[in-house]
Design a protein around this ligand. Structure first.
Ligand SMILES: [Zn+2]
Ligand SMILES: [Zn+2]
Length: 303
């Protein structure tokens, strides 16, 4: 039993950081620069947590930031909590305003990511993800026995739930607190911060999406950040965007000022143009050395 618990925890942390360091702060936000082998080192444990195609994940997440808590956000609980949790996964195709060829131009040329994306067919990509995840657990079963195989499977399935849960609880103001004023509903939720290796400080993250660091106060534990600091020290990461509290306060203020009537505007066209200015500005504002974040800003502008 002890062996199972230790393996479960080890697999859980590895897969969860695959999402945080690989899928989220790496692919989706380009908040740091690293060699390709280091990128794969973190993206693959994310994929092996039943997380789906990296291009799909990043595209949907960029769309979430771009249209946050508006009717064009792929999963805002402001409108429908059940839909924000699981309902959006059942759509099985990109909405007309979301296009990986525009929003994830920087990812579609990677042959491995392109293969996992299956030409944008959600059904095929999700099926492939489940098949490869189960084949991987089958290989562990044959090589090391049922204890590590079961620990890996359950840890992967547990980690799969984390972003789905985060999408809901970190966008319901009654569950957390805001450090940085913004017109979106993002909040910091301490227990999601712990379970998601630092991603639960979601209001901080929305205030500075291009920052590699999410935990800002001393009590906002951000394990993913500390792993990235260690990787930076040994040269596995060559550049990280780091944003100070003061800079984030300033960016949040500008963001809020740029959207004076967001809650009163219901025309999707108005929302797109308002958000597009606000998000691009905030990304450029928060980048300290951010070629990659600037590039992402350009991509968002292009969309
Ligand atoms: Zn969010
Ligand atoms: Zn994000």
């Amino acid at each position: 039993m002890i062996e199972f618990i230790l393996l479960f925890v080890a697999f859980y942390v590895w897969h969860a950081m695959g999402i945080t360091i690989g899928y989220h702060r790496g692919l989706s936000h380009r908040s740091y620069t690293c060699p390709k082998w280091v990128e794969y080192l973190w993206v693959f444990p994310g994929y092996l947590a039943f997380e789906g195609s990296p291009i799909w994940w990043s595209t949907m997440h960029r769309a979430h930031h771009h249209h946050v808590d508006t009717p064009l956000d792929p999963h805002s609980p402001r409108f429908d909590v059940k839909y924000a949790h699981l309902g959006w996964l059942a759509k099985m195709e990109y909405a007309p305003h979301i296009d990986p060829k525009l929003q994830s131009k920087d990812l579609i040329d990677d042959p491995i990511y392109a293969f996992l994306e299956q030409g944008g067919n959600w059904r095929r990509a999700h099926t492939l993800s489940y098949v490869l995840n189960l084949v991987y657990r089958g290989a562990i079963l044959l090589a090391f026995g049922w204890v590590p195989a079961l620990a890996s499977l359950l840890a992967g399935l547990a980690v799969q739930q984390i972003p789905l849960m985060l999408n809901v609880f970190c966008h319901l103001p009654e569950y957390g607190y805001k450090t940085y004023a913004a017109e979106d509903d993002s909040v910091n939720v301490w227990w999601v911060g712990l379970l998601a290796m630092g991603e639960g400080w979601h209001n901080n993250h929305h205030a500075a999406p291009g920052s590699a660091k999410s935990g800002m106060a001393w009590y906002e534990l951000d394990l993913s950040w500390w792993v990235m600091v260690a990787m930076h020290k040994v040269g596995m990461i060559t550049r990280m965007n780091v944003v100070s509290h003061d800079r984030m306060m300033q960016a949040a203020r500008e963001y809020t000022e740029s959207l004076p009537a967001i809650n009163q505007i219901y025309s999707p066209a108005s929302l797109v143009s308002a958000k597009s200015v606000a998000v691009v500005d905030s990304i450029e504002e928060v980048s300290t050395a951010g070629d990659a974040s600037k590039k992402q800003g350009d991509l968002l502008r292009a969309s």
